[in-house]
Design a protein around this ligand. Structure first.
Ligand SMILES: [Zn+2]
Ligand SMILES: [Zn+2]
Length: 392
């Protein structure tokens, strides 16, 4: 039986697993119930299970039965398990039962698709070599992939290539986007504390106005990409928070700015960080103030290696048809911690459309979002198909 047929047969069960995960969301590094269910199912299907990588991470190992082909290659398939700290606004039966927690990015579906693929692969083992099923914690901002790598993921479970997928409400169900090169942006975070000297609102000249410094810094940061980075490259500096002051008639001692920087190329990322420090420090100094900058590199850009992107596209075409696999287009300025795995191994991260006629079109991170269960057999068949194709 082909992966597609077997996984279509498994669709009702996968839907039940997915809705159970959806109803019991857990945020980054707290995926105790979720990872417990994952580990139990893998064990039930006769798959070797390793727990505790990166906290709640789980790795399943399946060895193929086809030894003829040389058989010592290994590939990794990765799914993320975490939910978001947000309130769900849906009212269907499988809505979140945990207040302030929601599967708002579809990781419940990603976990389920990898489980479906795992079960099929454990039943058939129609490949040579080894598959490492990587169920990672904390994709949403907490770098669970990095935590697993620091716990020796690729030393203990070496992978010749790694493959990851994400659902996309922007693309129709049955469509896949598999880009070569940069697929997603690097994301960095900053906090800047601008320090002046407090003064009476009537006598600003007796102090140093931290609010005026903040206004100047906002302007200089907004022009930083447009005036200092090639217009054909991508860079965004977004200030998401400004905090300062307690009174209408007192100039505050400090004002804090917080925000994020997104870039697509490592050299642009380095350049923007350098320019950021220079611009903020000198703008504050020009008005007699100082700046304390905390600049944190979060996720690198997600960069697909050419060979693996081609192979992923081929495996996706076997499921949705070659005419439905998009190979050219713009990367997204969102980020993904699968990027850390792609820094260490060749691989590809591709998007599976989930927008159907009636559901699946609500954007991720929206309180009305839900993963479209119609995608389950497609994504799972892709993951299983990559294994049979790459480890033939
Ligand atoms: Zn997300
Ligand atoms: Zn996500």
């Amino acid at each position: 039986m082909s992966p597609r047929d077997r996984l279509t047969e498994m669709h009702p069960e996968m839907t039940a697993w997915r809705r159970d995960f959806h109803a019991h969301p857990e945020i980054g590094f707290e995926e105790h119930r979720t990872s417990g269910i994952v580990a139990a199912k893998l064990a039930e299907w006769g798959i070797e299970v390793h727990r505790g990588l990166g906290g709640t991470g789980v790795v399943g190992v399946i060895r193929g039965n086809k030894s003829a082909g040389g058989g010592n290659r290994a590939i990794g398939l990765r799914a993320d398990m975490d939910a978001l700290p947000m309130e769900e606004a849906n009212d269907f039966a499988h809505r979140s039962s945990n207040p302030g927690r929601m599967h708002g990015c579809g990781h419940d579906g990603h976990t389920t698709m990898l489980l479906g693929a795992a079960r099929y692969l454990a039943e058939t083992r129609d490949f040579s070599g080894t598959v490492h099923l990587i169920f990672q914690p904390a994709e949403e901002g907490l770098a669970g992939a990095k935590a697993m790598l620091e716990d020796g993921l690729f030393e203990r479970f070496p992978c010749d290539a790694v493959y990851g997928i994400h659902n996309s409400p922007d693309l129709p169900l049955g469509t896949v986007k598999a880009l070569t090169g940069t697929a997603l942006a690097a994301i960095d975070y900053f906090s800047v504390v601008l320090r002046g000297r407090s003064a009476h609102g009537a006598h600003p000249h007796q102090g140093i106005d931290a609010v005026a410094i903040a206004a100047a810094v906002v302007n200089v940061l907004n022009t930083l990409p447009s005036r200092h980075v090639d217009a054909l490259e991508s860079a965004i500096v977004s200030i998401g928070q400004i905090h300062g002051g307690t009174s209408d008639i007192v100039l505050p001692e400090t004002v804090e700015l917080r925000g994020s920087v997104r870039t697509l190329k490592p050299e642009v990322r380095d350049r923007v960080e350098e320019l950021f420090h220079r611009a903020v420090t000198h703008t504050a100094a020009a008005q007699g103030g100082t700046a304390e900058i905390a600049y944190r590199r979060a996720y690198p850009a997600t960069i697909n290696t050419p060979h693996e992107a081609d192979r992923a596209a081929l495996a996706a075409a076997a499921v949705v048809g070659a005419e439905n696999v998009i190979r050219a287009g713009d990367p997204l300025l969102a980020g993904e911690d699968f990027a850390f795995m792609l820094e260490r191994a060749p691989g590809a991260y591709i998007l599976f459309g989930q927008r159907g006629a009636e559901r699946g079109g609500t954007p991720v991170h929206n309180p009305l979002y839900d993963f479209n269960d119609d995608l389950l057999p497609l994504g799972a068949a892709y993951l299983a198909g990559v294994v049979e194709q790459e480890l033939a």
